[in-house]
Ligand binder design. Structure first.
Ligand code: AMP
Ligand code: GLY
Length: 439
């Protein structure tokens, strides 16, 4: 089988390694020259992943049978629809189905219309005046989000990034003035609790879960600072999280199943990996966002411990005939992203970064290249996250130690790492917070 891989980040490198283990031929397109992906690819081309025509040309040239698409932007550009038109089956949603991520308003309306559990109060606006008048009526704590795609960086949360209705109004004006996300603003009720990610494989009708993961969106240690695409993440050997019960995981799973059912009913069946971001509140899981793809970094937690053949699973999703159970090793993982200095506000790209991948692999850790570029033999940082390092072991504690030991082999004078991710102290604070909220 010849598989097209689209995207050049850490998530895509993790997927390419899983495809490589599946024994297929890999053909890759990406913007940046990701050394991990090109090492595994039979052929690759550096192109804009949203340039649908060029990606289709590449797919035709190499006669690929199946496509894996990492990022959300090509889905919004209609890449799946175009690839399917030329006979390439895709383990990813069409443009219409990807609206579950590309329009936060579409997601909230779908969940409301179908009476799905876990919704939050919300109101969406296409112009600043209406949004500003609505703000005058708001009494509780809110979250202000651009409706369209912003790479995880456009959300402002009451009590963290905004502290008054005037500040909320300023941000609403900024979103419309700068056309952030390009599709208006959504104002949501703020959910209070602990966040977790549940990703599933979906074939248009049925879903199969992956292990739970907790991501860390805030840029700085102690969960402060601007929202980012995610600074790192961990998962536990029992595939739950230390503050999430099996019953709560099953509630989240039934929410995702209800969303997949609703999309089929709406005439845009959802095929591919689906990502549910939930806030576990005292009243159970609430939906924060649904993404039309694997999470990044979360893919780096789950794909290295996937025991089944990844390419076969992709093929089954694309064909609408997914198996009923997918096996993952009973291992804990801790992923920390090495990011360029200034990431989250004003990243400084173009600095050299050295990664001794040989020293990392085989010592209870993996390394995945992300937004780096190669200039001759030099590896350079980009404006986004550079390298994901994942510790894998029987316990989170040991996985965290393995991750830290491996991080010694990534050196640069212009990088940042959230060393607190996966540590006992931070995890205990999550457990304590949930205990307090449940009382
Ligand atoms: P998103 O890009 O929608 O995942 O939002 C980024 C981050 O903002 C999330 O991971 C949450 O930490 C936070 N957030 C978004 N929406 C809400 C909400 N309604 N209530 C509380 N926190 C939220
Ligand atoms: N880790 C957050 C995301 O992939 O959207």
């Amino acid at each position: 089988m010849r598989v097209l891989s689209v995207g050049g980040g850490g998530r895509e490198h993790a997927a390419v390694e899983a495809l490589h283990r599946s024994g297929v031929e890999i053909y890759a397109v990406m913007k940046n020259k990701n050394p991990g992906i090109i090492q595994r690819a039979k052929a690759y081309e550096l192109i804009d992943e949203n340039d649908v025509d060029r990606v289709c040309d590449f797919a035709l040239r190499y006669d690929v049978n199946l496509a894996f698409i990492g990022p959300e932007a090509p889905l919004e550009a209609g890449l799946v629809d175009a690839l399917e038109n030329i006979g390439v089956s895709c383990a990813a949603p069409t443009k219409a189905a990807a609206r579950i991520e590309t329009s936060k308003q579409f997601m909230r309306e779908l969940v409301t219309k179908h009476g799905i559990a876990g919704n939050l109060g919300y109101a969406g606006f296409g112009n600043a005046e209406d949004a500003l008048s609505y703000l005058e009526t708001v009494t509780g704590e809110i979250v202000v989000k651009p409706i369209g795609l912003t790479g995880g960086k456009g959300v402002k949360v009451w009590g963290e990034h905004i502290n008054s209705l005037e500040e909320a109004a300023d941000y609403v004006r900024e979103i419309f003035h700068d056309n952030v996300g390009g599709a208006g603003v959504i104002i949501e009720e703020k959910a209070v609790g602990e966040e977790f990610t549940l990703m599933v494989f979906a074939d248009g009708k049925d879903i199969v879960p992956m292990p739970l993961v907790q991501d860390h969106k805030r840029a700085y240690e102690g969960d402060v600072g601007p929202n980012t695409g995610g600074m790192g993440s961990y998962s536990d050997a029992d595939h739950l999280l230390p503050f999430v019960t099996e019953e709560e995981m099953l509630q989240a799973l039934s929410i995702l199943q209800a969303i997949v059912d609703a999309m089929a009913e709406e005439g845009c069946p959802y095929r591919g990996p689906m990502y549910g971001q939930f806030m576990l509140t005292a009243d159970g899981p609430r939906i924060i966002e649904i993404n039309a793809r694997f999470g990044d970094p979360e893919a780096m937690n789950v794909l290295p411990i996937l025991e089944d053949n990844f390419a076969a699973i992709l093929k089954e999703m694309a064909a609408g005939k997914l198996r009923t159970e997918i096996r993952f090793a009973d291992k804990a993982t801790v992923c920390k992203y090495v990011v360029p200095r200034g990431y989250g506000t004003a990243p400084e790209p173009g600095h050299g970064i050295c990664v001794d991948a040989e020293a990392i692999r085989g010592n209870g850790a993996e390394v995945f290249f992300a937004n780096v570029d190669m200039e001759e033999d030099m590896l350079l940082t980009g404006t986004s996250r550079s390298v994901g390092v994942v510790g894998i072991a029987d316990t989170i504690e040991e996985a965290e130690r393995n991750c830290e030991a491996a991080l010694k082999y990534v050196t640069s004078d212009a990088i940042c790492i959230r060393h607190d991710i996966g540590t006992k102290g931070l995890i205990q604070s999550r457990i304590d917070n949930m205990k307090r909220l449940r009382r």
